[in-house]
Design a protein around this ligand. Structure first.
Ligand SMILES: Cc1cc2nc3c(=O)[nH]c(=O)nc-3n(C[C@H](O)[C@H](O)[C@H](O)COP(=O)(O)O)c2cc1C
Length: 159
């Protein structure tokens, strides 16, 4: 089973969690590949066209993790653009997480997660697990541990 972790990360927080997820998957005998989405513009507002400079090919994987930051109380425009532009996710297991600065999920994380789930489901993907990391929360490290553990055990199909 091929597992991909497809990440957009502007300042490194989301990538840090993705690397921990990769370590957890490796420790449990899975081989995952971390791929980074890149774009010409980093700080785009909703509605402004994003040009992707690297859009990982999700068709290569049986299970895919998508990860991105919250921007302006929403899923960041780069991940939105990537998910809208990608091919089908039919038959794939998908899990996802977002990171956000504010300490509570209702401060953008929940909305971004709903947008991410909707975009994945529109492509035919089935979301088996998701998580939110609140970067400025005192419990951040515990949250990261919890999200990583949940997501790493989300795949019902073992390698
Ligand atoms: C343009 C922009 C808008 C942001 N808007 C929000 C927001 O609405 N709510 C929030 O909690 N954090 C917000 N953040 C903070 C990021 O979500 C947070 O720092 C995240 O962990 C960054 O992930 P990254 O390092 O992978 O890019 C924003 C950051 C940027 C650059």
């Amino acid at each position: 089973m091929k597992i991909g972790i497809v990440v957009y990360s502007q300042t490194g927080n989301t990538m840090q969690v993705a690397e921990k997820l990769n370590e957890a998957l490796t420790a449990s005998g899975h081989a995952a590949v971390v791929e980074r989405i890149t774009a010409e513009q980093e700080n785009t507002k909703d509605g402004v066209k994003v040009t992707l400079t690297h859009a990982p090919d999700a068709s290569a994987y049986d299970m895919i993790y998508f990860a991105a930051p919250v921007h302006a109380f929403s899923l960041c425009p780069v991940m939105k653009t990537y998910l809208q532009a990608m091919d089908t996710l039919n038959g794939k297991q998908v899990a996802c997480f977002v990171t956000q600065h504010f300490p509570k999920a209702w401060m953008g994380g929940n909305h971004a997660m709903r947008q991410m789930r909707d975009a994945i489901q529109k492509k035919g993907g089935s979301v088996v697990a998701s998580g939110i990391v609140n970067w400025s929360a005192k419990t951040r490290e515990a949250q990261i541990g919890h999200v990583v553990a949940e997501l790493a055990t989300a795949s019902p199909v073992q390698v």
